[in-house]
Ligand binder design. Structure first.
Ligand code: LMR
Length: 377
């Protein structure tokens, strides 16, 4: 039996009929946070009367050409169209307005109206169940991931955000993470002692330690200079982030390890959202739905294109783990599950394993005879 199968099996022990409802995720009373009013500017309408325009400042930390950056642009275009210009969306990419360590606080204080932080950033504001998404090798493919996001688990997690004065609108993809450094990393032992930049997540910290390396949490905007100056030896990110931040210029090796996942929750300030006129909220919801479909459609392709560009740049050796090496990485990372079982909730972890089993079963039923079910995409 393959180790990945063993992991799924181990996680689903006694959980075969497990079904989680959103209500089963404990919801705490809402925190009292300063709300934000829509930022408005007065304009004249066709009759010469002042009409208020609602401005949504959408801040994010990545490049405009990444999946998140492109989807933010698509949302802007659709939101302005569907509200007939009553809403204007201003996009601030590349940590221009706020760094990742500042942006959620800025949203809660109403300094911006919309963000799409990576899912790894929510554990730090006290919603530890989001660390589910950081568990190594938990999603065998995007199908499983999307079912987790779109059904009870994803909805339950969004419910928990409301206790922080936030409203979750959508889950966006980036992709599976790869490991980079200035030395080849094939065996787990190759990572020993390396300083690896991580996002501020307890699971990611434990993951890097389990690989024998030293985790260093820092803002996304600090990663390139930290790599350039040797403050850290390596980092983990989907290739779209690796390429668009030019990390290939300062990292000699990239290991295609697919050891974890990086995706986003698009969030708004709860009070801002609830105070919007209902027709505006409906139009923005429609725009967000379409932008999300667009985002999920391009994410894998953008990562594949970025990988082709990294290879073409010829500054970084790209290595894919062999099946045996991948199994060794899996084994080294298994203790992380035990460590976080209580924090994240074993019911959530088992539920993902159950969904993975269902997807696998469906794929086996529909796959043409003699062909293997697709792996990570
Ligand atoms: C990171 O900090 O590595 C990511 O959160 C950046 C991003 O938003 O994709």
């Amino acid at each position: 039996m393959k180790l990945s199968t063993v992991i799924v099996f181990a996680l689903t022990l006694a959980a075969s009929s497990f079904a989680l409802t959103a209500e089963e995720l404990l919801v705490e009373p809402p925190a009292i946070l300063p709300g934000s009013q829509p930022a408005t500017t007065k304009q004249l309408d066709m009759t010469g009367q002042p009409e208020s325009e609602i401005v949504i400042k959408f801040s994010h930390v990545v490049a405009p050409e990444t999946p998140k950056g492109q989807a933010a642009e698509r949302f802007k275009q659709l939101a302005e169209q569907y509200t007939n210009g009553r809403v204007r969306v201003e996009i601030y990419p590349n940590s221009q307005l706020f760094k990742d360590s500042e942006e959620i606080d800025a949203l809660q204080r109403g300094k911006v109206q919309m963000l799409a932080p990576s899912l790894s950033k929510f554990g730090q504001i006290g919603v530890r169940q989001f660390e589910l998404f950081d568990l190594p090798y938990i999603f065998p493919n995007r199908e499983v991931l999307h079912r987790v996001m779109d059904a009870d688990i994803g909805k339950g997690l969004f419910k928990k955000l409301s206790t922080k004065g936030l409203t979750g609108l959508a889950y966006w993809d980036n992709g599976f993470k790869q490991m980079s450094s200035n030395k080849p990393m094939h065996k787990v032992a190759d990572l020993k002692g390396l300083k690896i930049r991580i996002q501020p997540s307890n699971v990611l910290e434990a993951q890097i330690k389990a690989l024998g390396a030293n985790p260093q949490a820092m803002d996304f905007s600090a990663v390139y200079p930290a790599l350039q100056q040797g403050i850290v030896d390596g980092a983990e990110n989907p290739v779209s982030n690796f390429y668009t931040q030019k990390m290939h210029e300062v990292q000699k090796h990239l290991t295609i390890s697919n050891h974890g996942y990086l995706g986003y929750a698009v969030i708004v300030n709860k009070k801002f959202w609830e105070d919007l006129p209902p027709d505006i909220r409906d139009a923005l919801t429609r725009a967000m739905k379409e932008a999300t479909l667009f985002e999920r459609d391009i994410a894998q392709r953008e990562n594949d294109d970025a990988l082709a560009k990294v290879i073409a740049a010829n500054t970084t050796v790209v290595y894919s783990l062999s099946p045996g090496e991948r199994t060794a990485w899996h084994s080294a990372l298994l203790p992380v599950y035990q460590e976080f079982d209580n924090v994240i909730g074993s019911y959530l972890i088992r539920s993902v394993a159950h969904i993975a089993q269902e997807v696998q079963k469906e794929q086996n039923e529909t796959k043409p005879k003699g062909k293997k079910a697709p792996t990570k995409k």
